[in-house]
Design a protein around this ligand. Structure first.
Ligand code: NAP
Length: 292
């Protein structure tokens, strides 16, 4: 069993850290809003600390799952940051979805401090975190990865190293690029059917078994048709992720015409007050356009 610290007890981090405790690891947690850290230790035991630095003391592995690039930098850097408190030979595992640029910067700073770094963004959403079945895309040194991998198994079902530092984040970008256009396609099909007077649920029963079938179709068509958008990854988070994809695409010269368009559609959804709706809310935008 390992001595582990977990930084960031949000929708994802709270249950992920819980799986570590359930496996018998010795877990210390840090959360910016202390009440959540207290709630976590009441539920799972372990200890909570007032700063990242205090939480990581003596830890062999430090997991983080915070918000964006700036948030990750805040928990890592500075006198109270994780890197200031980690011992030589410990490994920092970042589950936040961030840019490959901040990943490479922080990995370098970690290396200078004698600390390993694995970028390990996740896919599978809140349900995946709660059920311990996340897909985890990893980048970093092979030795660092091999030390982190068995511990990540507490909440990951498919965990794979895909290359050097930053490769995990690039893989997560590919994941988001693949989802963006697909959800819009599904939203267009369902709205088209509504306007044509079709029973969307009956149609999906048939077409989901053929070439049009997808996870999004199977898991989201019903809530999309019912106009319920409280079932997963929020539009605000998706725009953060698509921003990272578009910035990287610019740097490496990869065209992302559909992704760029869908990013603007999500901007429209935000303007409709849907920043916290899930990503399938693209259909709400189509309804607004076609009801006008
Ligand atoms: P969340 O519920 O908003 O939790 C974010 C956590 O980060 C909270 O514990 C928050 O602390 C902490 N935090 C944010 N900024 C911080 C800062 N500057 N300093 C210290 N702590 C800070 O978000 P989430 O849904 O768990 O997502 C976390 C990450 O996973 C994001 O990068 C997201 O893109 C990614 N992700 C999410 C999902 C999903 O379905 N939700 C799926 C895949 C990947 P407070 O409690 O104080 O706010």
């Amino acid at each position: 069993m390992a001595k582990v610290a977990f930084l960031g007890l949000g929708v994802m981090g709270f249950p992920m850290a819980g799986h570590l405790a359930a496996k018998g690891h010795e877990v210390a947690v840090y959360n910016r809003t202390e009440a959540k850290a207290r709630a976590w230790t009441e539920k799972h035991g372990g200890r909570h600390a007032a700063t990242p630095r205090a939480a990581v003391e003596g830890a062999e592995l430090v997991m983080a799952c915070v918000g964006n690039d700036d948030d990750l930098a805040q928990v890592c850097r500075g006198a109270d940051g994780a890197l200031a408190g980690m011992g030589k030979g410990a490994v920092f595992v970042d589950h936040t979805t961030v840019s490959a640029r901040i990943t490479r910067e922080l990995a370098e700073e970690a290396r200078s401090a004698g600390v390993g770094f694995v970028d390990a963004p996740v896919s599978g959403g809140q349900a995946g975190a709660e059920n311990g079945v996340l897909s985890i895309m990893c980048g970093g040194d092979a030795d660092d990865y091999s030390r982190a991998e068995p511990v990540m198994g507490a909440y990951g079902r498919t965990v794979k190293r895909l290359g050097e530092t930053g490769a995990g984040q690039i893989a997560k970008m590919m994941n988001q690029i693949a989802i963006a256009g697909l959800v819009q396609g599904l939203a267009e099909a369902l709205r088209f059917g509504e306007k044509a007077g079709m029973d969307g649920k009956a149609v999906v029963e048939v077409i989901s078994q053929g070439a049009a079938g997808s996870w999004q179709m199977a898991n989201r068509h019903e809530t999309m048709l019912d106009g319920k958008f409280d079932y997963g990854f929020a539009v605000d988070w998706m725009r953060k992720d698509l921003g990272i994809c578009l910035e990287t695409a610019n740097e490496i010269g990869a065209p992302l015409p559909v992704t760029a368009l869908i990013d603007q559609f999500y901007k429209d959804v935000q303007a409709m007050g849907g920043g916290r709706w899930d990503t399938s809310s693209l259909i709400a935008r189509l309804r607004k356009l076609s009801d006008a």
